[in-house]
Ligand binder design. Structure first.
Ligand SMILES: [Zn+2]
Length: 226
């Protein structure tokens, strides 16, 4: 009986994943509407002193916008790329001040990490965000509560390019092309090491995804009910 019930629940989740993920009280968002052709590129951990600009140049070449989950401390070191990203119409999200793990998030640290980042984004670029991505995608119920009380939406991802592993551009292209679907949130990093192939990968991926009929939007646009 119990097993039958859990199978039924699994079936419902499988058949109606979007209606669940679209629910207003959904604690964590991993994708948008699978029936649309909208997808969102996201870049974490920046701003970087020059790699963020390189990403922005590539996005500008294809006339598309993305969402950058920035680290507050990096904004304090490299404010210029953030200002440029905002001026170009990209979306900004909060990724804590020190890339702090909030998986043991019941103390004041989580709130402080979010607030300090919120402040520096606003002071630097006059921008307010309500999107939050926990570092490494790690969180616990308590941290989730803190984030929710601050009126943030928690955004994870659908497809991890695993660019942080210094994979080849070709391997990342393959990972994304074989896992992407409508409503996907794609995870990359604009703060990257010297051996990272992120720039090459997105330069190949963007035109291929456009050719497949996908439309690049920001995370907030991806989650709009249209
Ligand atoms: Zn991160």
């Amino acid at each position: 009986m119990k097993r039958g019930l859990s199978l039924l629940i699994a079936a419902v989740i499988f058949i109606f994943p979007f209606s669940l993920s679209a629910a207003a009280d959904q604690p964590v968002i991993r994708s948008g509407n699978p029936d649309s052709m909208k997808i969102a590129l996201t870049f974490d951990d920046g701003p970087h002193p020059y790699k963020t600009d390189a990403v922005l140049d590539i996005l500008a070449r294809y006339g598309i916008r993305a969402t950058f989950f920035v680290i507050g401390e990096n904004v304090s070191y490299y404010p210029q790329p953030l200002k440029r990203a905002v001026a170009l119409g990209h979306e900004i999200g909060n990724h804590t001040y020190h890339h702090a793990r909030i998986s043991e998030g019941c103390d004041a640290v989580t709130a402080e990490e979010i607030e300090k980042t919120e402040e520096i984004i606003f002071r630097t670029a006059g921008y307010r965000t309500r999107l939050f991505r926990p570092p490494e995608g790690a969180y616990d119920d308590c941290a989730l509560e803190v984030v929710k009380n601050k009126n943030y939406r928690v955004i994870l991802w659908t497809v991890d390019s695993r660019d942080w592993e210094n994979k080849s551009a070709e391997a990342m292209v393959q990972t994304v092309m074989s896992n992407v679907r409508g409503g996907s949130i794609l995870l990359f990093h604009d703060y990257m090491g010297k051996r990272s192939n992120t720039l090459e990968a997105i330069d190949v991926l963007i035109p291929r995804l456009i050719a497949r009929g996908y439309r690049f939007v920001t995370v907030s646009e991806l989650l709009e009910q249209s």
